[in-house]
Design a protein around this ligand. Structure first.
Ligand code: GTP
Ligand code: MG
Length: 442
């Protein structure tokens, strides 16, 4: 990729005849030679983001990688042997090579082996978790439990670190890949394998391997692989599938395809060196009829498995663990602890719904204002009515008063009239009043 990029840049420079591609006087010259106009160079000028992989590379080199793999499977299938085979590799020699176990006993507890591997200045802290094989007991129903608990406790430790105030030194001990060892029966998956894989596939990247592949012939391995894959598909078990990207070069695509075609990897493990009939000293297993070489791709898929783990898909395995497996576990865990997410915070805003919401609010405000105004109005009307009623009463009272006084006057006048008619004289001081009253009456 770097080469093609460099050559395209050089091409631009030489086609212009000069290094300065933005000189417009060179445009006809470029057109005459049937090459793209120089203006294109101006638009497609070197921005520098092509340097990004280098930046990422530098950062990763500084920080180093942490990668944890786990081996799970029935007892005696060669899990511990394969770990030693992995660590004793000549491609990635560990700084302090682990002493190969001379006599291997049965694994009794979950234990992890660490190694710091450095290649071209890139540090890799590789951890392989060895688990005791199951299948030894009469009842193997719950033998998956300690393994699932181990995976979850690693998630727990990561979550706890994430919740710390200072998160700059998070150690990622989560299991990034789980090699599941299948007994080379040549038949199909056992019930216990299905049970195990179903417990594990939502928590870890499952990579099935056929153990002790040297006990099967080539045809048997091929048939067994097919049967295992169809069993896995039938039981809806999710095994790790490497993603492919559109813009990858042919070489990478071919490598990805080849790795994918080997799943489940048929592996042979050995940390012992043997001499082949043609005199080579190789890691392998010697039989009376020949030698099985661990690092020979014609003999088994060990090289492809190691390539997948450490070379091609380490980052994808780490990413999927973090983005999907851990994330799902974390969500479930927090929900079960009663931590609820306020979904309204993340609600997508729909403009129409938003307007509708605002209209409803506005209408509510208007009707509230209207109600308030009506209340004030009614209050004022009541006050006015009360006042009117009061003045009406006052008027009525005055009217009654006047009527009474008039009645009184009339009776007095009638009294006087009667007296005059009867011949009795009027009292002098009352005459003016009478005259006045008479005038008022008229
Ligand atoms: N034929 C053959 N034998 C193997 C292979 N790998 C390991 N063995 C042998 O199988 C036996 C058991 O190997 P271990 O690595 O101890 O098996 P394990 O899976 O770790 O067993 P537990 O610790 O009990 O779970 C040993 O004698 C190994 O030499 C292999 O690829 N092919
Ligand atoms: Mg073991």
């Amino acid at each position: 990729m770097t080469d093609s990029y460099a050559s395209s840049r050089n091409g631009d420079i030489t086609s212009n005849g000069q290094a300065n591609g933005s000189n417009p006087s060179l445009l006809p010259h470029a057109l005459a030679h049937g090459i793209s106009p120089i203006i294109r160079k101006k638009l497609m000028g070197y921005v520098g983001f092509a340097n990004l992989p280098n930046q990422v590379h530098r950062k990763s080199v500084r920080k180093g990688f942490q990668f944890t793999a786990m081996v799970v499977g029935e007892s005696g299938l060669g899990k511990s042997t394969l770990i030693n085979t992995l660590f004793n590799t000549t491609l990635y020699p560990p700084k302090e090579p682990l002493p190969p176990a001379t006599e291997r006993s049965k694994t009794v507890s979950i234990e992890s082996i660490d190694a710091d591997i450095e290649e071209n200045g890139v540090r890799l802290h590789l951890t392989v978790v060895d688990t005791p094989g199951f299948g030894d007991f009469v009842n193997n129903d719950e033998s998956w439990k300690p393994i699932v608990e181990n995976i979850e406790s690693r998630f727990d430790s990561y979550l706890e670190q994430e919740n710390r105030v200072n998160r700059s030194k998070i150690v990622d001990n989560r299991v990034h890949a789980c090699l599941y060892f299948i007994q080379p029966t040549g038949h199909s998956l056992k019930q216990i394998d299905i049970e195990f894989m179903r417990r594990l596939h939502t928590k870890v990247n499952l990579i099935p391997v056929i153990a002790k592949a040297d006990t099967l012939t080539y045809e048997e391995v091929m048939e067994f692989k097919e049967r295992v894959l169809s069993d896995i598909a039938y039981h809806n078990i999710h095994i790790f599938q490497a993603p492919t990207y559109d813009n990858e070069d042919e070489e990478t695509l071919a490598e990805a395809e080849e790795i994918a075609s080997k799943i489940p990897f048929a592996v042979v493990g050995s940390d012992k060196y043997v001499v082949t009939p043609d005199g080579r000293r190789v890691r392998g297993r010697a039989y009376p009829w020949g030698v099985v070489e661990v690092d020979n791709e014609d003999h088994c898929d060990f090289v492809k498995l190691r390539q997948m783990l450490v070379r091609t898909y380490m980052e994808e395995l780490r990413e999927y663990t973090n983005d999907v497996l851990y994330e799902n576990w974390r969500t479930e865990k927090l929900l079960s602890m009663g931590v609820a997410q306020d979904s309204t915070v993340f609600k997508e805003i729909n403009p129409a719904a938003r307007m509708q919401e605002e209209r409803v609010l506005h209408e509510a405000k208007l009707s509230k204002m209207e109600a308030e105004m009506r209340m004030v109005f009614e209050q004022k009307v009541q006050e006015k009515e009360a006042k009117l009623k009061q003045s009406e009463e006052e008027l009525y009272a005055r009217h009654r008063e006047m009527k009474e006084s008039l009645d009184k006057q009339r009776s007095e006048l009638e009294e006087k009239k009667r007296r005059i008619e009867s011949g009795r004289p009027l009292t002098p001081e009352k005459t003016p009043t009478n005259r006045k009253n008479r005038g008022f009456l008229r």
